[in-house]
Design a binder for this molecule. Structure first.
Ligand SMILES: Cc1cc2nc3c(=O)[nH]c(=O)nc-3n(C[C@H](O)[C@H](O)[C@H](O)COP(=O)(O)OP(=O)(O)OC[C@H]3O[C@@H](n4cnc5c(N)ncnc54)[C@H](O)[C@@H]3O)c2cc1C
Length: 348
């Protein structure tokens, strides 16, 4: 990767990773084009903004949709319930608001928002280039913040393999409990189901491996019926996430000559909780520091220093923790030990 002043940067994708990175760069005086035609939009998401994520975007606490998550309930596959009052300030939010406010902040900082879909990216040659329906442009650096099906990652030869992906089946409906409560149901196919209650609506979903997609779809229908959610009041979605148990994938580079990947595009999603907003923000923070240092290739060490150890731990233990005997053991321990319960809420 070229080392030295970077004049022109394209960030593809204005989710949390792209919006946060573009704003940080523009505030430091870098010229940034941020490509994303989707706003305003609601991204399929549970909407949990963890305490780790809030450290990067404390202003999110003032979003109109923000509900403080106060109570966690875990339901075990053998019929027990474990309840914990949360000590750390996680929020439930709308992605339309969170991502929209980050984009607005980026534009206020001087980012040029191009509401254009990027159709092709070329990373070989002297200067990386991209194409939209409006034409072709060259840059010093193209950042892929374009989510789990990233075009930039594909151009860099890093498209995820099916076994590195998870499947989410979910949607939004009327509240199913007190605002600020999060209910997790374990025992579902190397994953879990969730119900997150906000004042005006609930977010309900189920996550597991992509290879279990059909079984997840069937199990989710049963789950919805058990919660008595009428289809007419439920807006469903299906989506993929990076959900890997492949350690070798983590060893792959996340940047190279003229390109760099952040957030879901880089495959950064917690393999145990399936949460990715904090890693989108953390990787954007590491990328901004690397680019502003004039040595973008230092991104590789920076993201590994910041959260690499947690990712390696999660990837190595995902299948072990997701297996039914292990899940049952873990949840029985949680029931016995309030201290462990508090730590469990830390990873949610
Ligand atoms: C159902 C579901 C529930 C989840 N729940 C949670 C949760 O509760 N908490 C949590 O922390 N994480 C959750 N996650 C994970 C979280 O949503 C992602 O990790 C996070 O959105 C990643 O942010 P990002 O900025 O990397 O990508 P994204 O948020 O996916 O943003 C990518 C952006 O790129 C744009 N884009 C894509 N292609 C192009 C293109 N060619 N040209 C221009 N723009 C493009 C898209 O329009 C999009 O706006 C959930 C994921 C799913 C699927």
């Amino acid at each position: 990767m070229s080392q030295g002043p970077i004049q022109q940067i394209a960030v593809v994708g204005a989710g949390p990773a792209g919006g946060f990175l573009a704003r940080a760069l523009a505030l430091a005086g870098v010229e940034v084009d941020l490509y994303d035609p989707s706003h305003p939009r609601e991204k399929p998401c549970g909407g949990v903004l963890s305490a780790e994520a809030l450290r990067y975007v404390p202003e999110a606490a003032a979003l109109p949709s923000a509900n403080r998550l106060t109570d966690l309930e875990v339901r075990t596959p053998f019929g027990h319930r474990f309840q914990q009052r949360q000590m750390r300030p996680s929020l439930a939010i709308d992605r339309r608001e969170l991502d929209g406010s980050l984009l607005e902040g980026a534009v206020r900082a001087g980012v040029h928002h191009r509401a254009e879909r990027v159709l092709a990216v070329e990373l070989g040659g002297d200067q990386p280039r991209l194409r939209t329906r409006q034409g072709e442009r060259t840059y010093d650096l193209i950042v892929g913040a374009d989510g789990v099906r990233s075009l930039v990652a594909r151009a860099a030869g890093l498209a995820p393999q099916p076994h590195q992906l998870g499947h989410m089946e979910g949607g939004w409906g009327p509240p199913l409990g007190e605002p600020g409560t999060l209910v997790l149901h374990f025992g579902a196919l190397l994953g879990y189901a969730w119900v997150i209650n906000r004042a005006e609506r609930s977010s309900v979903g189920m996550v597991g491996r992509l290879e279990d997609r059909e079984r997840i779809q069937a199990a989710f229908q049963v789950f919805l019926e058990s919660r008595r959610l009428p289809a007419a009041s439920f807006s469903p979605y299906r989506w993929s996430i990076p959900f890997s148990n492949d350690v070798f994938q983590l060893d792959q580079p996340r940047c190279g000559p003229g390109w760099l990947l952040v957030g879901d595009a880089a495959g950064f999603c917690d393999p145990l909780t399936a949460q990715g907003i904090h890693l989108a923000l953390a990787s954007a923070w590491a990328a901004a520091a690397a680019i502003l240092s004039g040595r973008p290739s230092t991104y590789e060490n920076r993201w590994r220093d910041l959260f690499g150890a947690n990712l390696y731990f999660g990837v190595r233990h995902r299948d072990l923790l997701g297996s039914r005997p292990m899940t049952e053991r873990m949840l029985r321990s949680l029931e016995r030990s309030p201290g462990l319960g508090h730590n469990f809420f830390k990873i949610i």
